[in-house]
Design a binder for this molecule. Sequence first.
Ligand code: PEP
Length: 259
Amino acid sequence: MSSTSRTPLIAGNWKMNLHTAEAVALVEALKPAVAGLDSVEVVVCPTFTTLYPVAQALKGSNIALGAQNAYTKANGAYTGEIAPQMLQDVGCTWTIIGHSERRQYFNESDALLNEKLHFARKAGLKVMFCIGETLEEREGGTMNAVLTRQVVEGLKGLDAAGFAGTAIAYEPVWAIGTGVTATSQQAEDAHAFVRKLVTDHFGATIADALRIQYGGSAKPDNAAELIANPNVDGFLVGGAALKADSFAAIVKAAAGVAV
Ligand code: PEP
């Protein structure tokens, strides 16, 4: 079981999916399915256009609202971008930063992601900061160097208060949306490596408290085994978060509830 001192964090990344009616229907189905599961923290991250209606639908539930991205400025001439403060204005308490799709398709660099992380945390938004290696990097033997760079550069300058509202999502790129999940051992090895990196660069107190989520084809049938590892503290879920029953089953596995 994930360390009892770290509350499992399970977030659904809906990516660029679901129009308003579908998004609201999903949370209406999800709310009763995860009600009362208070030993875990549950977040959904819809598209920008559905944040407001989803926020209304989530009122009174134990599900928090997150965004999928946030910019480095509070306002101004930044066409197409969105400020952490605007996300908070519609009810977000979380945002994802540095998803591999942002890194890959939108060329987001470690330096930009570090800036986004700092700006979101200063605004009071909590952050799920994504890292992870490609298959080429894993097979080519540079995985540890890549994870080290993403952690050291991406989290540079973050203090204890910044870390208190930050989780790391370890998402091997080869497992995202592919149906190929990291084995339980591969996930635990990577999470332990990341926690050691954080210990070495930011100190043991911060590293011990830090939640490290696993992401990459997490499903109801592998969630219990993955979360049983001492360094796996939850999930960032893509495909399986688009259906209430599969996302709720992952939440229940993280809460230690038999399904
Ligand atoms: C993700 O994109 O964060 C993700 C983990 O996707 P999937 O669960 O579909 O692999």
